[in-house]
Ligand binder design. Structure first.
Ligand code: NAP
Length: 489
């Protein structure tokens, strides 16, 4: 598959540790597969504690020099990394489609999204500022500095193999931190191509390392227990996030957590119904439903329920499923067999408890990880989809009567990542947006992710924010200087 790239040197078959490509370890290799047909794309070295330790120590050595460079210099390096990503957009998109399965058009959009964090934080690098605070005693001055926190460990998921890395590396490197990334074992190729481009952009050895492997617990154990790691930034499931928070407690490592979601998508009866149906399809079927902000529960007011159902089915029936590399494909495969089983179980559970299948509802004839885009109506609170992230192409339509019902249903979950509201009434939107327990609310809008806005959740969807002017704060510590003997009179 390397032959598909116009620049084959972006196809890397080695981990990247302390500025060196490491193609073998004593622990052998593991296979990375294409979710579209399960063919082996590449065999990569299995890193374990020793390799992770080397990457952390290299990051620690590099930290002292990198943090001493000017913010302008770090911004310039990030800007070059951004430009190299854009120049290699097609190659990076092909890698994403090969290892993750999403259609090429979505993969290109992910490259743009991923690169945008490098550009944004290349600009934010120069805006990290401290304060001068009026002192509590005569002759004193109180100053605060914002300093880079140190070596950061990043653990990232497979569903956005490039963007989930740059959303962390951009602010970390801009602040003067160094980073060791453990990409998802299913999608390491994008991470390695990013490392290659970082090196070309002038990111010094040790500042950005990528450890490969599927000995996940060994890698995670080292990243969360090594005393030189001062920050853990994780994106993935709530279950693993909880586990890592517990592990990081041993070294009191500062943690940011971007975890799972169970987004409610609320359509009020005064909404623009075409816009709402378009929004549902965008928020539900992007990346075949494998997004943390995917609309898991679609709550529709009774008066417009049948009409919304009809319009959603009409749109979903037109979606084309297939190998993401084929032109015109809009839905790719699910990541693996376990993901297909989970979707099957959720649909069977819903239908068994009285849901009506309006469209799809079974594996596609394409085989493997392909599942038909599905629409379920008459969903109720006792069904698994009401409480668990489906992470698949299933639009589940619930019915509500009043605004209070909708908000109670929306908040009836341990998650609080994204929510969506569709209405034409500004006062109604304002009131309901205030009552929704979520970190992000899309209003008449199904696509809410971008680099300028703070991404993150409340409740068990996470801790901290990524992107925006807030994103860099996660990678700095405040140091306060109390300076005495400075009386002016
Ligand atoms: P996951 O199973 O939690 O895995 C995420 C990452 O954690 C992977 O790199 C995985 O490594 C690693 N990991 C798993 N168990 C570990 C352990 N015991 N110790 C250390 N690392 C461990 O999640 P996923 O299936 O990749 O991604 C889907 C989840 O991510 C969904 O819940 C989704 O909502 C969430 N997500 C959240 C956001 C957000 O911004 N809030 C964005 C995207 C995705 P291996 O690959 O080696 O198993």
């Amino acid at each position: 598959m390397k032959h598909l790239l116009s620049d084959p040197s972006l196809w890397r078959e080695a981990a990247f540790i302390g500025g060196e490509w490491v193609s073998t370890t004593p622990h052998g290799s593991y296979a990375v597969r294409n979710p579209a047909d399960q063919s082996v794309l590449v065999e990569l070295p299995r890193c374990r504690e020793g390799e992770v330790k080397s990457a952390i120590e290299a990051a620690h050595r590099a930290f002292h020099t990198w943090r001493s460079t000017t913010a302008r210099h770090r911004g310039d390096v990030l800007r070059r990394w951004y430009e190299l990503m854009i120049a290699n957009r097609e190659n990076l998109a092909i890698l994403i489609t090969l290892e993750e399965g999403k259609p090429l058009a979505e993969a290109r959009a992910e490259v743009d999204y991923a690169a945008s964090f490098l550009r944004w934080f290349s600009e934010e690098a120069t805006r990290v500022r401290g304060d001068v605070i009026p002192a509590a005693r005569d002759g004193q001055r109180i100053l605060t500095l914002r300093e880079p926190i140190g070596v950061c460990a990043a653990i990232t998921p497979w569903n956005f193999p490039a963007a989930m890395i740059t959303r962390k590396a951009g602010p970390a490197l801009a602040a003067g931190c160094t980073m060791v990334v453990k990409p998802a074992s299913q999608t390491p190729l994008s991470a390695l191509a990013l490392a290659e481009l970082a090196q070309r952009a002038g990111v010094p050895a040790g500042v950005f390392s990528v450890v490969t492997g599927n000995d996940t617990r060994a890698i995670g154990g080292e990243l969360t227990s090594h005393p030189l790691v001062r920050k853990l930034t994780f994106t993935g499931s709530t279950e693993v996030g909880r586990l890592l928070l517990g592990q990081a407690a041993g070294t009191v490592t500062k943690c940011s957590m971007e975890l799972g979601g169970n987004a409610p998508f609320i359509v009020f009866d005064d909404a623009d119904l075409d816009a709402a149906a378009d929004g549902i399809v965008a928020a539900k079927f992007r990346n075949t439903g494998q997004a943390c902000i995917s609309a898991n529960r679609i709550l529709v007011q009774s008066r417009v329920y049948d009409e919304i159902s009809r319009r959603v089915v009409e749109r979903v029936a037109g979606l084309r499923l297939g190998n993401g590399l084929e032109p015109g494909v809009q839905l790719g495969p699910l990541i693996d067999a376990a993901a297909v089983c989970k979707v099957e179980e959720h649909v069977a559970d819903a239908v068994g408890k009285g849901a009506t299948l309006l469209h799809g509802g079974r594996r596609s004839g394409l085989g493997g990880g392909f599942y038909q885009p599905t629409v379920l109506a008459d969903m109720t609170a006792g069904m698994r989809i009401a409480h668990e992230e489906t992470f698949g192409p299933v639009a589940a339509l619930f019915r509500f009567e009043t605004d209070d019902d909708a908000i109670a249903m929306a908040n009836d979950t341990e998650y609080g990542l994204a929510a969506y509201l569709y209405s034409r009434d500004a006062a109604r939107i304002w009131r309901n947006a205030a009552h929704i327990e979520a970190g992000m609310v899309g209003i008449n809008c199904g696509l809410i992710s971008n680099e300028v806005a703070p991404f993150g959740g409340v409740k068990q969807s996470g801790l901290g924010r990524e992107g925006s002017h807030l994103g860099i704060d996660e990678f700095t510590e405040v140091k306060y200087l109390c300076w005495d003997g400075l009386a002016v009179a």
